[in-house]
Design a protein around this ligand. Sequence first.
Ligand SMILES: [Ca+2]
Ligand SMILES: [Ca+2]
Ligand SMILES: [Ca+2]
Ligand SMILES: [Ca+2]
Length: 405
Amino acid sequence: MVHRSLSRQARLLALVCASSVAGCSARNVVVQVGGNAGGGGIGTGGTDGTGGTGGGMLGTAGSAGGIGGAAPGLKWGSFTFLPTAHPGGRLSDVNGDGKSDLISLRNGLVVSLGNGDGSFAAGVGIGGPNMLPEIGDLNGDGTPDLAAVVGGASGNVSVLLNNGDGTFAKPVQYSGVDNASALTLADLNGDGRTDIAVPNRASAGTVSVFLNAGGGAFAPPAQYGIRNTLAQRAAPASQLAAGDLDGDGRPDLALINFANYTVNILLNDGNGAFAPGTSVATDIVVGTLAWVQVLDLKGQGRVDIIVGSDNPGGRLGVFPNTGAAAFGAAVNYAVPAVNVLVGDIDGDGRMDLVSGDLLLLNEGDGTFVEMPHFLPSEASALGDLNGDGKFDFLLVDGVLLSTGP
Ligand SMILES: [Ca+2]
Ligand SMILES: [Ca+2]
Ligand SMILES: [Ca+2]
Ligand SMILES: [Ca+2]
């Protein structure tokens, strides 16, 4: 367990925001959080560049520096909180007007187009499962499509293709998953088309890989077993992330077991077939290991693994990639995984994390600085809500719009 103290500047910033929490329920409270100008970036696609579309930097990059560096200072100006009623969910610009739209749940998927001021038009039901989707360009037309799993023993993967204007074709179901609760999108066989991988919670620990046959249609899945030598219980994977863990340029899979606190790695042979790699034991034994992501935290071309448990006493653990899909001892943070979001919040080119109302700012050395209670309420999603290229937060009770400078 590593305890990291906040830098003086970070502490001041946290205090500024903490003291504004009560006021943030009023309208248009401005939260001053830093001096330097510049926007943030938003990555919603694959974390290693192999995933779906929609990733990349939306904001203009600021100058070098950042919290914890020689010249600390968030490259934000200020934020304005607007209490806005919305159901929460995922953000993506589905109709290509430069404003993030909201994908939420109401007996299926609902699309609410962004008005460009932090509010949303009335939602339109598009069918599909009552499970938030992953977002990526599945048919290669440059517009974001949706894929979500349907749970249960006879579950399936539901694919909703964007007609190109933010309306969606009827969901197409693909069978071959078993009690799944998550999927990830990445081009697993290197043909330029986005594929789908789904961990099966039943079936003694397997992953179903659906290769994209073109046009957003998917072939019947191949199943790959997960070695699980560290299993304390026969608990198959529940969540996964795709990224190049062994440095061969092909996206691999990191899977977490929801009960036995291990991370299992499946290595990609380059054709979208997978063989078991290492199992990494975490020392996170509180709650359920509920979240996994892979990110190159040091910017050295090696993808690290981050896991989190969802209990109030839970933690986030960062496993540094020491090369060839081997991972060093975890750096742990006393932060439960609460709807963890990934994005370059402070615009320094490094991916940061948001968990609940807390920020974890990437220092660039594989560690994070914790900024507790930084947001006035829990974050639901990150995106550019008003189309100005700057990072905004969709909070559970409104939006926090970046207002510059
Ligand atoms: Ca839009
Ligand atoms: Ca598309
Ligand atoms: Ca592919
Ligand atoms: Ca690889």
